[in-house]
Design a protein around this ligand. Structure first.
Ligand SMILES: Nc1ncnc2c1ncn2[C@@H]1O[C@H](COP(=O)(O)OP(=O)(O)OP(=O)(O)O)[C@@H](O)[C@H]1O
Length: 698
């Protein structure tokens, strides 16, 4: 444990947590040493997550009559709260209330805007390098490999994220079994995750798998964004129930945003945060919320779901101008009342003992079983009446998931595995997913079979007449274009999913970018080289290019380089552009530029210098030129008439006439390699930049 941990030092001040900086009450405790947080208005004395006066603003542009004006929109206003270990807290509110924004602010996922206030975890400011390992985040979209089973999905997470020197393969497998058991997934452990093409697990099972993936690292805290959206009420209940159980057994704090939970689900939460227009309407124990609103004159109907009641209170009714004004007034009133109420009842927001945490207390926490850290306070612990009823009954540590006590650990910031092991696991996972992607394989084989037949019979057995020159050139020009289109376009769709999986996994610090993209690149190559190889070989023999062993292998070598560049280009576009739609617009545009400047359609010497440089970066040009030199050199053509000045007698004459002999085959190959390397640099830079955004951190 770090010696500069704030809780190591005797606190000089502690204060009752309230909603406004001004509203706190502090009690001074004698101390010989200053505390780092002595000046803080908030006493961050729990081992959970606490936040105080969190404000978040974004700049918005308004088009005025003459010019644009930048305004700041406040999305979160002075939001405070806490989640202690073992507690499950819901953030509720109508659409646009700021639920996701609050979750993202607390989990450290906001990238734009201005965030201020205080956020602390286990009693100190969150450390960006350790927090992502301490706190898991389950996203709303469960992006996982559809071709992997539930067990494999969690097992790969365990292989990638659990340190090799601490867990043997059998430890990891046992842990996966325990997680499957705890999340009630054992029955579907060997079912595929699935997607529109593959029948897979249900929505609830999928969500529980996503939670299982995050549980492998024994997080100290879990954020869940809209964990129940799209699920029927029974599945939604199961998801919340297993999370609650996992949180309680593991002593892990849980904070989730949720839309309209059923009364049964609402009852699972310890506390709720009700937000409207980014402001607190209520924050405190679920069990007190109805009484609180009742005491303010808002009564929930006997048969009404309390969650619906709260949402109705907080929602702006946009039916008529009058209803809008009325609901705004009601929300403003509710916000005001709660602000006042919470200032008078600061204990509403508290669950942890309000005593200064000293080194001794902290050590006591660490040494005690997990239940100690979050057991409800006794009268002697606190001078406030606990409004939470019943108190959170933390179970003794007989966790089906894990039995390690959870206290202020400092998870290592380094990688769990050495690079080569990471690469091995990722290669294995990519390879498995690809081999099971039957539709992709069948579509690939079908594509190249059709192209082989089409090209082979369009240019079938080309002879040596003068007209064959155009056919040869046309065929050799089309081969690299067909390959680049046929390879890079389908890759965009596949890579878009995998890139998102990588972004999720990288945000939890699972592995390095290089290990991921090299594994992906090397997985794509064998199938692509094999199918494209069969295609170009078929075309070679059907069209009767020069039957010479050396020339055949040069032809294959150049085409293979073309395939590698096409795969790299597909990955580079997929990595660079945020959405699949944009990538699918950019890719054909780039390919069109490449073939326009490949030297067959346009005399690039006549093109404006502003654009003519494009010929130097066209991989199609170098492929085409190398193939043309290989094929035409040594060929002789038949002149049908006596006047030989208007016909080409040799292949060299053709190459010279079309300026295809400006570079040697070796040079073309080297330039293709250089373009491939440039695409890889682009993949690396894009993935790295995207997976390491600059988060707002307070
Ligand atoms: N970066 C941003 N720029 C401009 N407006 C933003 C930004 N982020 C959030 N908002 C606005 O802030 C408000 C709250 O957004 P948020 O996504 O947190 O709402 P929410 O309660 O999660 O809604 P939903 O349940 O519909 O997802 C919305 O009106 C949203 O448009």
């Amino acid at each position: 444990m770090s010696t500069d941990h704030p809780v190591d030092k005797p606190a000089v001040e502690f204060s009752i947590h309230s909603l406004d900086m001004d509203d706190h009450h502090s009690v001074t405790v004698p101390s010989t040493r200053p505390c780092r947080h002595a000046r803080s208005s908030v006493n961050f004395n729990t081992l959970g997550l606490e936040w105080s006066n969190v404000n978040y603003k974004v700049a918005t542009e308004h088009k005025g009559v003459r010019r644009r004006a930048t305004e700041f929109k406040t999305i979160l206003h002075n939001v405070s709260g806490s989640v202690i270990p073992g507690e499950m807290v819901a953030i509720m509110g109508s659409s646009g209330a700021g639920k996701s924004t609050l979750l993202n602010a607390l989990s450290g996922r906001l990238t734009t805007g201005k965030l201020d206030g205080q956020i602390q975890f286990v009693g100190r400011k969150r450390d960006p390098s350790t927090f992502k390992k301490q706190a898991a985040y389950v996203e709303q979209d469960d992006i996982m490999y559809p071709q992997l089973t539930v067990r494999e999905t969690i097992a790969y997470a365990a292989k990638l994220r659990l340190p090799k020197n601490e867990y043997s393969a059998s430890d990891k497998a046992a842990k996966v079994d325990r997680i499957l058991d705890a999340l009630r997934l054992t029955g579907v452990a060997d079912t595929y995750i699935g997607d529109a093409m593959i029948r897979g697990v249900s929505g609830g099972e999928r969500k529980r798998t996503a939670i299982g993936v995050e549980l492998v690292t024994d997080p100290e805290f879990m954020f869940l964004d809209e964990a129940t959206s799209g699920l029927d009420s029974n599945s939604a209940y199961h998801v919340c129930d297993v999370v609650k159980e996992a949180g309680r057994y593991r002593n892990m704090g849980v904070l989730m945003t949720i839309h309209q939970p059923s009364a049964k689900i609402l009852g699972l939460f310890d506390k709720i945060i009700l937000l409207s227009k980014g402001q607190l309407v209520y924050y405190g124990p679920v069990s007190m919320a109805l009484d609180y609103f009742g005491s303010q004159g808002y009564h929930c109907g006997q048969y009404e779901n309390p969650a619906d009641f709260y949402l109705d209170l907080m929602t702006i009714d946009s039916t008529t101008e009058e209803s809008v004004a009325q609901s705004h007034a009601r929300v403003d009133q509710l916000v005001k009342i709660f602000k006042h109420y919470s200032a008078q009842h600061p204990e509403l927001c508290l669950r942890a003992p309000r005593r200064p945490v000293t080194m001794a207390a902290f050590q006591e926490c660490q040494e005690a079983p997990s239940s100690t850290t979050s057991s409800p306070p006794t009268e002697s612990d606190t001078d406030t009446t606990y409004l939470s009823s019943p108190p959170n009954p933390i179970q003794p540590a007989k966790s089906p998931i894990d039995t390690e006590p959870l206290v202020a650990t400092n998870k290592p910031t380094g990688w769990a595995l050495p690079w080569i092991f990471e690469f091995g696991v990722l290669l294995d996972r990519c390879w498995k997913a690809q081999l099971r992607n039957k539709f992709y394989i069948v579509a690939n084989v079908a594509q190249y079979t059709i192209m082989t037949l089409l090209m082979g019979f369009t240019f079938f057995q080309i002879d040596y007449s003068q007209s064959s020159i155009q056919n040869r050139l046309g065929m050799l020009f089309f081969l690299p274009i067909g390959l680049i289109f046929g390879i890079s376009m389908p890759l965009l769709g596949i890579f878009s999913l995998e890139r998102n999986i990588m972004l999720r996994e990288r945000s939890a610090g699972s592995y390095r970018v290089t290990a991921f993209y090299l594994a992906k690149f090397l997985t794509e190559l064998p199938l692509t080289i094999l199918t494209a190889g069969v295609y170009v070989t078929g075309v070679y023999f059907l069209t009767h290019l020069q039957y010479e062993v050396g020339k055949f292998f040069i032809y294959l070598g150049v085409q293979t380089l073309g395939v590698v560049v096409a795969v790299s280009m597909g990955l580079a576009i997929g990595a660079t552009f945020e959405t699949l739609q944009v990538a699918q617009i950019i890719a054909p545009l780039l390919i069109t530029l490449f073939f326009l400047y490949a030297g067959n359609l346009v005399n690039t010497d006549d093109v404006t210098p502003v654009l003519s440089w494009l010929r130097f970066i066209s991989p199609i040009k170098y492929c085409y030129q190398a193939l043309a030199i290989n094929e035409f050199s040594g060929l002789t053509f038949i002149c049908a008439h006596e006047d030989t000045s208007t016909c080409f007698k040799t292949g060299e004459a053709v190459l010279n006439n079309y300026a295809l002999d400006s570079l040697a085959i070796k040079t073309c190959a080297a330039l293709l390699v250089a373009i491939g390397v440039a695409f890889h640099a682009c993949i690396y830079a894009s993935l790295r930049w995207k997976s390491k955004p600059r988060y707002l951190w307070i």
